[in-house]
Ligand binder design. Structure first.
Ligand code: TNX
Length: 545
């Protein structure tokens, strides 16, 4: 980092050419339209106020203040009237922001005496806040006061997303992330306008969300065992008995209050939480904890932390199944999904449906059809991994998340059952895949070698599934599976900078995307991530500075 803590001698100053204008604003993701005025920049005044105008402006204004106060040391009061010197105005209301893009669009104008963010919605204004943050010097990310010139170049930006879903998935089942680590992960992703947090809450190795006993409990299941027993397990060894990752998998679970706090914090960051209960495979943690689920047709395994079937050199999947022939299965699933639905304000419930390798096709269809019906009856839109594309699916109300395999089946679900699609192709969005040969651990199965930044950037979600229109694509999602990744520092190390590529794939119009330009903009972000304390892998493809 040339810009990180070095001092320039007088000789060097004599040798330097005249200051060049910054070639790039370094915005990530690249906005729809940016006009640089070349005029006098905006300079934060010691008495700058953040002026919140209109319903819903308060939260994004406070968010901005939260970013700016620690590093600038300014008071930056959020007010609703009285602009004072060099104000930053956050104006939310009908008619603001780019027409036709009300949900998340914004306009941002920076000039000598004022910055104005205009949006029709709080989420649109928050997107403008995230852009403004990147227009300040990188030191704005510091959590202690820095003496810097707090200026913003004179620009006019009009911006809105290409896709409504720009997600990150955190596998908290294989290795747990306590609430504060999830918040740290949210902080890092939200600055790039990621707006969905998919929590993979259950898998073979652990069950991470508290479920209470219902009043009506015909099989007498003790739901407290889910977290009592399987909150205390995690992914630890592979099939060969070798330690997965550099440490033991982290155990733990979220209480309902913890989960609600994650939902609240995500919302403050413009992110909707999508909970996943993975079924009918990937259910060993439930089978391990709940005796009533262990019937003749179920496929349990005694130790959730251990693998039995080698999988892609990283772990093991596909060895467990719920029993399609047992009434307890449906009683259990209905109860769990009802409680998850009640806890979740967002419109989606993810039921997994992937890699049910020990479930017969008939049993799979029977169970998944029942689970999608249950989800619909709870008033939620069901999401499942693409294996479930061949099941009935509620007409016009299902979402298929593609990761690998049969694209034709996804196109058919769109055509005959009106499904929408989230794209998480393993080669383009899976972050536990190595991004560089120097990365010590990581899969290579998705790309037949490292899945570098280029693979995460150079693909088009609009044409990925042949035969469907772009309007059937909800968006894109980066997936952090957790077989060997431990703690948020490692999660960030694998996620960044590739999540930034996914953020731009989901946000920026295809015609404005260019990998060379992206790498130039990204080269500046290394310092920004470093100052804020976000871990990232310094991929060789970028001239970090
Ligand atoms: C496949 S991707 C899985 C996960 C694993 C991942 C990486 C998907 C829907 N299922 O259970 O963690 O590969 O090994």
């Amino acid at each position: 980092w040339a810009s990180y803590g070095y001092s320039v001698s007088e000789f060097e100053i004599w040798d330097l050419p005249a200051a060049q204008p910054e070639p790039t604003l370094g915005l990530l993701p690249e906005p729809v339209s940016v006009q640089k005025h070349g005029g006098t920049p905006f300079t934060l005044h010691k008495n700058t106020r953040i002026v919140a105008i209109g319903d819903g402006a308060q939260a994004p204004a406070e968010y901005l203040a939260g970013v700016l106060r620690p590093s600038t040391g300014r008071r930056l009061p959020v007010v609703s009237q009285g602009w004072g010197p060099a104000p930053i105005v956050v104006d939310v209301g009908p008619g603001n922001g780019p027409a036709g893009h009300e949900a998340e669009g914004y306009t941002l104008t920076a000039a000598a005496g004022r910055v104005t963010i205009g949006a029709a919605t709080p989420n649109g204004a928050l997107n403008g806040v995230q852009t403004l943050r990147q227009l300040f010097p990188q030191w704005v990310e510091s959590d202690t006061v820095v003496t810097a010139g707090w200026t913003v170049p004179a620009v006019t930006i009009t911006d809105y997303p290409r896709f409504e879903h720009r997600g990150v998935m955190l596998d908290v089942a294989r290795s747990f992330y306590p609430v504060n680590e999830v918040k740290t992960y949210i902080d890092a992703a939200a600055q790039f306008k990621i707006n969905r947090l998919h929590l993979h809450l259950t898998d073979d190795q652990g069950w991470r969300i508290a479920i209470d006993n219902p009043g009506d409990n015909p099989s007498g299941i003790d739901y407290g065992l889910l977290t009592g027993v399987s909150g205390a397990t995690a992914m630890t060894y592979n099939a060969a008995g070798q330690l997965m990752g550099t440490e033991l998998g982290v155990t733990g679970h979220y209480t309902k209050a913890d989960y609600t706090e994650i939902v609240r914090y995500a919302g403050e960051n413009g992110m909707t939480v999508i909970p996943e209960i993975d079924m009918p495979g990937h259910t060993n943690a439930a089978l391990h904890a709940i005796p009533q689920l262990n019937t003749a047709g179920a496929q349990p395994h005694p130790q959730p932390g251990q693998a039995t079937v080698p999988h892609n050199g990283t772990g093991s999947v596909g060895y467990s199944s719920l029993d399609a022939g047992s009434a307890v299965t449906y009683e259990f699933v209905e109860h769990v999904l009802a409680q998850i639905a009640e806890l979740t304000p967002g419109p989606y419930l993810h039921i997994g449906g992937d890699e049910a390798h020990v479930t017969s096709h008939a049993d799979y269809t029977t169970m998944v059809d029942a689970f999608t019906r249950t989800t619909a009856s709870l008033g939620k839109t069901v999401i499942g991994w693409n294996e479930y594309a061949k099941t009935a699916l509620p007409q016009g109300k299902a979402v298929v998340q593609f990761w690998n395999g049969d694209r034709g089946a996804v196109a058919a679900a769109v055509k005959d059952r009106g499904a929408k699609v989230i794209l998480s192709p393993a080669a383009n969005t899976y972050v536990p895949q190595k991004q560089d040969p120097r990365q010590p651990q990581g899969g290579t199965w998705a790309c037949g070698g490292p899945c570098g930044l280029d693979r995460h950037y150079n693909w088009d979600p609009g044409t990925f599934i042949p035969g469907i229109g772009e309007s059937s694509v909800l968006g894109v999602e980066s997936a952090l599976w957790g077989e060997f990744i431990r703690r948020v520092g490692q999660a960030q190390y694998y996620s960044f900078p590739r999540v930034i590529a996914t953020a731009e794939v989901g946000w920026t119009p295809q015609a404005r995307r260019d990998y060379t330009d992206f790498r130039t903009r990204l080269s500046k972000a290394g310092g920004r991530l470093t100052v804020q304390g976000t871990n990232f892998f310094p991929t060789a493809d970028v001239a970090w500075r």
